[in-house]
Design a protein around this ligand. Structure first.
Ligand SMILES: [Zn+2]
Length: 181
């Protein structure tokens, strides 16, 4: 049987691709041969699979042939090597890992700013209505995910907040922050 540590590499233009056998090929019977492929000097990876090749029968040549099916395209944003999404499993859509992560971070930052601004608008609105505090509390249910609770209160007291959190069946009643409006 092929070694778990087998690695091979290939070049495509200026890009050097390295492949190793994905651990799941050895862990799950019938999974078939799957490679995890990286572009040297770039984060992120992709996988290619050939279910028909049982890991017990896989040869080094099978791995090389499977690696050769992975194609490289110039990143659509910066033209560095990127995986061709038509040839392997990737959510990068023709972008290199760096550009993909940059876009993701920018999206996250935008969402954060939008929610900050919404909170500011809500604060102003509630202050006008006579509320004095915004309480940001985390509810820790006995089962399931924790979630955040935003409450506007008039002269918020610890007792009141604890009462709400108990009513929500939170197992913790001191995980909150009080913001003066
Ligand atoms: Zn790029």
């Amino acid at each position: 049987m092929i070694s778990r540590n087998f690695q091979c590499s290939a070049t495509s233009g200026d890009a050097v691709l390295t492949a190793e056998i994905s651990p799941c090929s050895f862990m799950y019977p019938g999974y078939g041969l799957q490679l995890t492929v990286k572009i040297e000097g770039s984060g992120g990876n992709t996988i290619v699979q050939k279910k028909e090749i049982a890991i017990e029968n896989a040869t080094e040549d099978d791995c090389k042939a499977l690696l050769d099916t992975v194609q490289i395209v110039p990143c659509k944003s910066c033209s560095k090597p990127a995986f061709d999404p038509a040839t392997c499993r990737t959510n990068r859509d023709g972008e290199c890992n760096e550009c993909f992560m940059d876009a993701l971070n920018a999206e996250y930052e935008k969402a954060r700013q939008e929610s900050d601004e919404k909170l500011k608008r809500d604060d102003a609105k509630n202050k006008k209505q006579g509320y004095t505090h915004r309480v940001m509390a985390w509810v820790h249910p006995p089962q399931g995910e924790d979630y955040q609770l935003v409450m506007y209160m008039q002269n918020a007291t610890e007792q009141e907040i604890v009462k709400v959190l108990k009513r929500k069946k939170s197992t913790v009643t001191n995980d909150y922050q009080i913001i003066v409006l």
